[in-house]
Design a protein around this ligand. Structure first.
Ligand code: IPM
Ligand code: MG
Length: 358
């Protein structure tokens, strides 16, 4: 990539501004970036009456990458179908930027295995990646209400399934490189009931035939939800449509016991800018108190460096620095553990920066 990378920064709501500011400090320690900070989410509703303006969407489309904090909060909670909601900004960005592939890696940090609600021996060796389809399915189908009846249509095309399946198989290959193990994709559907799932299974099977070196397993979504907690270490890449992927990625995230640790990347066509954000929400209860855990945002920035800006070496450095501070025992309140030092956002950030220098 030539010149200074242009990053559109969307701090959003709640703890968003704090963790994104910390991520900017981290990025500044790694190189030179130009930032274009914009409103998206509840803050944009307050200012413009809509969660995402055309101007901000345009800026995102023209950036090298987009870094997002978190959106939403009780202030904007509503069941009025006509009222603007912060989440619409996120969905508008996904659709408007063509971000059809959502990658959510789940790898419990060795120092945090004790934080998992599952027994240590059960999660030992867990290292999986959820690949979630992000711009199709029931999230984007026709929806409406007629009197006492409401509907949300789930639709998938061959093309939509084909491209996300390729993302999953490619990711499985990349993850296994040099490890000597056979990569595996677990495709999740509800093919015993849903027609979209039967199409899904058919297309995934066809794509799999082109990846003879990758093992393919099909699981029904209810079974997948159960297997994820009973044998998490057996999963490699989990491929799911939009709604199933939303649900299973939260479940998988909890395997680590620390939702506050997980990053995500939303990617579109090759060369188009991606969107990088922590999986956790805007935590309005602790907003503005300097308590927020910035690590998921740091790890999201690492995904941005690797997948969005071609700086894999810097991404490795950030991930190693995060592991190192956890190893040293530093914990924000959400990771509360016995014996560790409890620190706030600023101290955690300073410690990670120190590790980067060291
Ligand atoms: C996520 C979130 C969003 C989703 C919400 C906020 C619309 O849960 O990114 O997983 O359902 O996709
Ligand atoms: Mg979700």
């Amino acid at each position: 990539m030539n010149g200074t990378s242009r990053i559109v920064v969307l701090p959003g709501d709640g703890i968003g501004p704090e963790i994104v500011a910390a991520a900017r400090d981290l990025l500044d320690a790694l190189g030179q970036f130009s930032y274009d900070e914009r409103l998206m989410g509840g803050c944009s509703i307050d200012e413009h009456g809509t969660a995402l303006t055309d101007e901000v969407l345009d800026a995102c489309r023209n950036a090298d990458a987009v870094l997002l904090g978190a959106v939403g909060g009780p202030k904007w909670d509503t069941t009025d179908p006509g009222a603007p909601r912060p989440e619409q900004g996120l969905l508008g960005l996904r659709k408007g930027m063509g971000l059809y592939a959502n990658l959510r890696p789940v790898r419990p940090s060795p120092a945090l295995v004790g934080a998992s609600p599952l027994r240590e021996e059960r999660i030992a060796g867990t290292d999986l990646l959820v690949v979630r389809e992000l711009t199709g399915g029931i999230y984007f189908g026709d929806s409406g209400r007629e009197g006492d009846v409401a509907h949300d249509v789930c639709e998938y095309s061959v093309e939509e399934v084909d491209r996300i399946a390729r993302t999953a198989f490619d990711a499985a290959r990349r993850r296994a490189e040099g490890s000597g193990r056979k990569p595996k994709v677990t495709s999740v559907d509800k093919a015993n009931v849903l027609e979209t799932s039967r199409l899904w299974r058919e297309v995934v099977g066809r794509v799999a035939a082109e990846y003879g070196d990758v093992e393919l397993e099909h699981l029904l979504v209810d079974n997948a939800a159960m297997q994820l907690v009973s044998r998490p270490a057996d999963f490699d890449v989990v491929l799911a449509e939009n709604l199933f992927g939303d649900i299973l990625s939260d479940e998988a995230a909890m395997l680590t016991g620390s939702l506050g640790m997980l990053p995500s990347a939303s990617l579109g066509a090759a060369g188009a800018p991606g969107l990088f954000e922590p999986v956790h929400g805007s935590a309005p209860d602790i907003a503005g108190k300097g308590l927020a855990n910035p690590l998921a945002t740091f790890l999201s920035a690492a995904m941005m460096l690797r997948h969005g800006l071609g700086r894999g070496g810097d991404a490795d450095r950030v991930e190693a620095a995060v592991d190192a501070v956890l190893e040293r025992g530093l914990r924000t309140a959400d990771l509360a553990s016995e014996g560790g030092d409890q620190v706030g956002t600023a101290e955690m950030t300073a410690a990670v920066l120190e590790e980067l220098d060291g």
